[in-house]
Design a protein around this ligand. Sequence first.
Ligand SMILES: Cc1cc2nc3c(=O)[nH]c(=O)nc-3n(C[C@H](O)[C@H](O)[C@H](O)COP(=O)(O)O)c2cc1C
Length: 130
Amino acid sequence: MDRNDAFREAMGRFAGAVNIITTEEDGLPSGLIATAVCSLSFDPPSVLVCINKSASSHDTILRRGIFAVNLLSPALSNVARRFQSQKGSDRFEKKYWVAGKTGAPLLVGAPMALDCKLSHTYDGFSHSIL
Ligand SMILES: Cc1cc2nc3c(=O)[nH]c(=O)nc-3n(C[C@H](O)[C@H](O)[C@H](O)COP(=O)(O)O)c2cc1C
């Protein structure tokens, strides 16, 4: 196992909440599953999210400057499965999603959903830190 595979394997054991990060452009939703999410500050209320630069929704999030963080629960595992088996807007089954104030899709029934405006982007090697 090379160093990158070993690191991936180690991080796979790192317990973390599973979220769906969403965005929207020209009426089309997009998004990805992400565990690299954490609370950043209370004032202003802000979170930090790390998105792979190669993810299909990465450039859309940066361009549009909006995204939502939708926390998954075991009851929503079918939503997660759809994100893994489908691409682009096909990941979104209409009945599960409503548009937030920013336009980013919010997951109906999620234990927590944050409708976010992008304030800063930092380089994080393979990822962007938002
Ligand atoms: C449990 C889990 C956690 C993940 N966490 C992240 C993450 O924090 N950031 C990220 O960029 N990709 C993460 N990924 C990978 C993306 O969800 C996956 O690469 C996605 O398919 C890439 O987007 P695309 O298929 O739209 O290109 C995670 C995947 C899984 C299954």
